[in-house]
Design a protein around this ligand. Structure first.
Ligand SMILES: [Zn+2]
Length: 412
């Protein structure tokens, strides 16, 4: 990946922004990551209006949607002009036909989260900005993509409000990673379940779109519906966990977190860096509040599920980025954040190993080589004997040529 965190440091950003407070652009850093204090709905027009009225650009207005006879939901839209606003209202109307869509939009309305069609960056379908409590959907994307994105971002609003104050800057890298991964896994699960329900109501556009982009989610969901049937908690839990299986996607999220810390460390004041990365989330509280549907924790209340080999791994290049981060932090204020030490190692074949980085660093060269050999298709027993065999070999004396080969191979 280009512009990695290590590259960021190589470019000398640390030196050039030493006194950094003025150049510390918090609005860029916090986009979607920091929860601000409660949103103040000043200036909102609370009179319910007929939804087809024209509203001026940037003007907030209240829209209504009927969920069931006698159950009308009022929610806030920030206007970007007539056509796009009505598309947004259409999508809300479509969403509440499903159980999951209605639940999420009720939560969004309760939290006072505003909805807007606008600019979300070239590659982003939408985002939830906790700072101003707003969901922005990219006006340049088509309805089939935006429809389920509304529910995904809506779930992020609910998670943020459930968690309360959780400013990422003050938490360790690993702790933020646990929380952010759970948030994304849950939002993806919710989006998938919603799209499935919508398909059952006769509209399969959102599902087809999801199937193309995130097949591991749609497959996990349908497989679990088949095997778990009416045990919806189990279906939700297993689908949420399936998100972690796609390492590339997970890594792109870790990358965002690492970049966030890189910005803080390079541009933040010394005082800020002294206070950052000190706290840890209680994982029990994270799983209870984030993996939650209608107030019920569907994946249990034991946070150790978020710290297993399946959920708490980090690839070696990303791990190196966290080392670069902690080194930079040390250089500036003499503090370190070694929390990523506890995360599980992923070998070059993409297999998550039984060892964390703390243990990995203490292994001999031959033990590391044995672990690196493990392939995805190896059984647990294969992998174990592989490592054992190599341990035995390591205790034997080796020739000078063997030693040189070993050294050269480990460098490649
Ligand atoms: Zn998300």
């Amino acid at each position: 990946m280009s512009n990695s965190v290590a590259d960021f440091f190589k470019k000398g950003n640390i030196e050039t922004h030493k006194s950094g407070k003025n150049s510390f652009n918090s609005s860029n850093l916090v986009k979607g990551m920091i929860l601000a204090a409660a949103f103040i709905g000043a200036g909102l027009n609370n009179d319910a209006q007929a939804s087809n009225n024209y509203h001026r650009f940037g003007e907030p207005y209240t829209a209504e949607v009927v969920i069931a006879p006698g159950d009308t939901l009022q929610y806030q839209i920030v206007s970007t002009g007539f056509q796009k606003d009505s598309l947004l209202e259409d999508m809300v109307q479509n969403s509440v036909k499903t159980k999951t869509g209605a639940a999420v939009l009720k939560g969004v309305a309760k939290n006072g989260t505003t909805l807007q069609m606008g600019d979300a960056g070239a590659n982003s379908v939408g985002f939830y900005n906790a700072t101003n409590n707003r969901i922005v959907l990219n006006k340049n994307f088509s309805k089939d993509k935006l429809q389920s994105c509304l529910i995904h971002e809506g779930k992020h609003s609910i998670q943020g409000h459930n968690l309360g104050e959780n400013d990422d800057a003050f938490y360790t890298f690993a702790s933020t990673t646990i929380k952010n991964r759970a948030m994304e896994a849950d939002a993806m699960m919710t989006q998938t379940m919603f799209s499935y329900e919508l398909m059952q109501k006769g509209d399969s556009t959102a599902w087809k779109c999801l199937e193309k982009g995130y097949p591991w989610m749609t497959t996990a969901y349908t497989n679990n519906v088949d095997t778990c049937g009416t045990d919806t908690n189990k279906v939700m839990k297993n689908t949420m966990l399936a998100w972690y299986s796609e390492k590339g996607y997970v890594k792109s999220y870790d990358f965002t977190v690492a970049n966030f810390y890189a910005n803080l460390i390079s541009k933040g004041s010394n005082n800020l860096i002294m206070e950052m990365a000190c706290k840890e989330h209680n994982p029990d509280s994270v799983i209870t509040k984030v993996c939650n549907m209608n107030g019920v924790p569907y994946a249990g209340t034991d946070g150790s599920l978020l710290q297993t080999k399946e959920t708490f791994y980090i690839e070696q290049d990303m791990y190196k980025n966290t080392e670069a981060l902690t080194q930079a932090m040390y250089n500036r204020v003499g503090r370190v954040d070694y929390s990523a030490w506890n995360m599980y190692v992923v070998n070059k074949n993409g297999v998550t190993l039984d060892v964390n980085y703390a243990k990995w660093m203490g292994l001999s060269r031959s033990q590391i080589k044995a672990y690196e050999k493990i392939k995805p298709q190896d059984t647990k027993a294969d992998a174990k004997s592989n490592v054992k065999k190599d341990k035995k070999e390591a205790s034997k004396t080796i020739t000078l040529t063997q030693a040189i080969n070993l050294l050269n191979n480990s460098r490649g």
